[in-house]
Structures are given as C-alpha cells and as structure tokens.
Design a protein around this ligand. Structure first.
Ligand code: KIV
Ligand code: ZN
Length: 510
C-alpha cells in the first residue's frame, strides 16, 4: 500500500490559532513528542516572523532527529535566506514556499498580474533550489484559483525543482467532491515524482473530509495539526485523519506510519502548552470520545465491545482508567506504571515526580493513570528559571465579606508580601500579586478545568496575560483551585521574564 506522508503544522499554522503563542522551548517539547508520534515532517515555524520563531526552527533542527524539519517562507528573498539559515543544522531540511494565486488575492492583497505571479514563483524557487533540494510550494488560496492558472503555476514550479505541490484550501471554502476533483486533475497533470499534498482549513467544518477525499484522489501528503488547532476555525486534525485512514483502511487503501499510541499524550501536551482546551466531544481525543452513556450502549459494550466501539481507546494511547497507585506505592512501582504509559524519565525527574506523587497521595486516596500523566507532564514540560516563587497565600471570602488576599512570594533570598481586596477571591489574589511584582498584567483569559476525575480531582488553571505587549500563558495545577489560580498567574509572570531576557541572547548565540 502507498504511504500517506503526515506533515504536521501544529507549530506553524497551529500556532496561528488566536491566543496560542508558543515559546521556543515549548515548541521543542512538542516537536520531540511529534517525533515519538513518528510524523514524517514537522513544520517548525515561520522564521521571518520573529527571532523566537527562527530560533525555534534552529533548535528543533538541531535536537529533533528523524522527521524532516520544515521552515515556512514567503516568495521573498529575505524570507528565504532567514528560513535557510534556520534550517542549516537540520539533518533533513525542507523549505516551504508560498505565494497567493487566486484572483481575489492577486488583485486585493498583492496587486499583481498572473504573469507577475508566475515570474515571482519561478524566480524564487530557482533561487532557493541553489541552496536546498527539498522544496515544497503552496499556491495560497488554491481552491479559489482558476484551475488552468493553478496548473500553470504548478507546472512552472515543478520544472524549477519543487518536489511537493501543496494545494491549500486556505479559507476552508472547498466542498469534498470539488476538492477531490481538483486533486485528481493536478495529480494526473503533474510529474510522477512530485508529491501532491493537501492542506485544509475548517471554516465550514470540512477540513478532515476534504483531506480524506483528496487522499482518495491521489494526494500522498496531508498537512494537519494536533487537535485541529490553527487559523480561525483551525486546520484538519491529524488524529482524525490518521484514525480514519487506519480504521477504514479497507476504503482508503493507504498506509500510515504514525505510532498512534502517542496520539493522546501529544494532544494533551499541545492543549496544555497552547492553553487551548480540547472540546469534550472531539473525535479521538475528546474526554467523551470513548464514553458510553446510554444504558443500552453500556449493556452492548459489556456483552461485546464491538457492538458500539469501532476502535479501542488504547490504540490512541488513552489510558485505562483503572486505579493504579496509592499512598503506599513505591518509587519502583511508580516508574513501572509511567513506563507502561509510554513515559520514560531519568532518575532525577523520577525523584521529583515521586515527591509530587507522595504529596498528591496525601490529598487524594487513589491515583489513576490520568493523575500520573498530569504529574509527569509538569516535569517533562519545558521549565524556566522562575523569578518569583509562591510561598504562601491566605484568602478571606464569603457572601457577607469583601474578598481579600494576602500573598507571600520569594524572589531569590527576598521575601515579599502584600495584600489586596478584590471582586472575588481570585481577583483579590491577582491584585495582591500585581502589587508584589510591580506589574499591571491584563488578564486576557482564565480557564479552569479538572484534569483528573472525582471530587478530589486536580484542577488546572490556564491564564493568558498581556504584559508590556507580550502575550504569555501560565498554568497551575493543584487540588485547590485558588492555589492553582495563583500558580498559573505567577507562572505566566515568570514566563514573561524568561521570554524577555532569554530569546535574544539565545538566538544570537545559537
Ligand atoms: O492555509 C494556507 O494557505 C497556508 C499555507 C500552506 C499557505 O497555511
Ligand atoms: Zn493554513
């Protein structure tokens, strides 16, 4: 069976999701996980967009071996030079060039004629081909481009050495039959050694359907993101495309090289680092994706799973919610359980996870697999050197009193303390922290969710703050939601300081 190449663009198009901004170290963490998932290509960023993006591409190219590492660039010499520079250390680099081709983009965005578009595309591919072999080209807004002109662009760039022609449905406008026919047409007209790729957006909820019909019509590369995050309504979701191709292999007749047992952890990690939650009814990775609620369904599943289950949750790495460990479990048992969940950590990290595990076991009687994943993730996540560490807080709140908070924070050897009133306990807490750190962050978003089950679940708070025109996301975890709120807020503030000071230095030195 022919293989479908998985091109993951979580770190580029996915990062263009409103509110998602990933630091280079967060990107590296995700890229390492994508490599475990065995994606074929990682689009690591858009180097001209920012120094941190360029640095992320470089870092991923240096540290992540296996997948092709790709950088995105406009058909502009400067973009290409910066992208190529960022790719210098990658083992298998790819340059992804794009240029809008539809009439609406030519006229209103670029003010260019068809001939000018052809010339730019030809010149820029020719220029790039002097430095790199693996070039992908995307005629942006391809699905609203006149098909004969689209073909002309594709023929031009193929002649200059483009090996992958990506046909984006940039604005999510295509309908499956129409898109399938377009892909068939381009497949038939293009040289056999050129891979036809697809890149679908979800504005009408058809991103995955369009990707699948394209594969049925000869596309052999699919561009997608974890959890379907991306511009506006997002991109086609990797996990949905993958499981469609696997579960309905009889229909699609293609092979997939992904290690699907890493899907769930990758989804969790991306959600956690971007601060974008996964909707509960999301196919494959949503909380309810494998839950059977109706009595008739439960009865059927108990008698024979396949009555209502078309795939096993373990295929995508969803842990069985069996109760596994408790207060008296040892370090060895913890390590074994982590390994069975696909998490391998060194001795030092294991010590820290074990310590957290013991703390949690004091608060929570039964610790399940989800709890363990959450604990381990705290350790695996990119860590920054915190400027401020929460020492203590005290809250007074109720229906008949104005909420107040007292907070004590450590900054190196200094102990800082302040108090404030607020509209609610969290507001009072945040105002007290603002006074201590002497900043006035704008709270853009605050989300709270329980990340594990039961009344004693661990709560995760994700806050998004705007500080001095820099958007940062912070996370905090605790069985106490006020404590989780304080930790998330301080974490965001620490991220702010880390980003401000580290980025430039690292980029220049890398
Ligand atoms: O949606 C899009 O068109 C893209 C690029 C592939 C140009 O993200
Ligand atoms: Zn896109």
């Amino acid at each position: 069976m022919e293989k479908v190449i998985f091109f993951d663009t979580t770190l580029r198009d996915g990062e263009q999701s409103p509110g998602a901004s990933l630091t280079s170290s967060a990107k590296l963490t995700i890229a390492k996980q994508l490599a475990k998932l065995n994606v074929d290509i990682i689009e690591a960023g858009f180097p001209i967009a920012s120094e941190d993006d360029a640095y992320a591409v470089k870092l991923i190219g240096k540290e992540v071996k296996g997948p092709i590492i790709c950088a995105f660039a406009r058909c502009v010499t400067k973009d290409i030079e910066v992208a190529l520079k960022s790719l210098e250390v990658a083992e298998h680099p790819r340059l992804h060039l794009f240029l809008a081709t539809s009439e609406i983009h030519r006229k209103f965005k670029l003010s260019k004629t068809k001939d000018e578009i052809i010339k730019i595309a030809r010149d820029m591919v020719r220029f790039s081909a002097k430095y790199i072999d693996d070039i992908e080209f995307s005629p942006e807004d391809a699905t609203r481009t006149e098909p004969d002109f689209l073909l002309q662009v594709c023929e031009t760039v193929s002649k200059e050495g483009v090996k992958t022609l990506n046909i984006p449905d940039t604005v999510g406008y295509a309908v499956p039959e129409e898109y399938g026919a377009l892909i068939k047409f381009l497949r038939e007209k293009s040289p056999d050694n050129v891979v036809i790729s697809v890149h679908c957006h979800n504005d009408l909820g058809l991103g995955v359907a369009n990707s699948l019909i394209a594969i049925k019509n000869g596309a052999r590369q699919v561009e997608c993101t974890i959890n379907g995050i991306g511009e506006r309504a997002g991109n086609a979701s990797l996990e949905e495309i993958a499981m469609n191709l696997i579960i309905r292999k009889d229909h699609y007749k293609v092979s997939v090289g992904l290690e699907t047992k890493h899907i769930y952890r990758t989804s969790k990690l991306v959600s956690s680092l971007t601060g974008i939650p996964v909707q509960p009814n999301k196919a494959i990775v949503g909380e309810n994706a494998f839950r059977h609620e109706a009595g008739i369904h439960q009865d059927g599943v108990i008698k024979y799973r396949k009555t209502y289950e078309i795939m096993r949750p373990q295929m995508v790495g969803i842990p069985e919610s069996s109760l596994v460990l408790g207060k008296h479990s040892g370090r060895h048992a913890l390590n074994l359980r982590l390994k069975s969940l696909g998490i391998t950590v060194d001795e030092e990290k294991l010590d820290r996870i074990f310590e957290q595990f013991k703390n949690l076991a004091d608060k929570k009687k039964e610790i399940n697999d989800l709890d363990l994943i959450v604990l381990a993730e705290q350790e695996i996540m990119p860590s920054i050197e915190p400027v401020y560490i929460l020492e203590y807080f005290h809250i007074l709140s109720g229906t008949s009193t104005l909420p107040s908070a007292t907070v004590r924070i450590r900054k190196k050897d200094e102990i800082l303390e302040d108090a404030s009133l607020g509209d609610g306990p969290v507001d009072a807490l945040y105002k007290a922290i603002d006074r201590i750190v002497n900043l006035s962050p704008k709270l853009q978003d605050y989300k709270i969710s329980s990340v594990t089950g039961g009344k004693d679940a661990q709560g995760e708070v994700v806050v998004s703050l705007m500080i001095d025109n820099l958007s940062v996301v912070g996370k905090g975890l605790s069985t106490d939601i006020i404590e989780a709120s304080a930790r998330a807020y301080l974490n965001a503030i620490n991220q702010f300081f880390a980003r401000k000071s580290i980025t430039k230095k690292k980029y220049r030195g890398a």
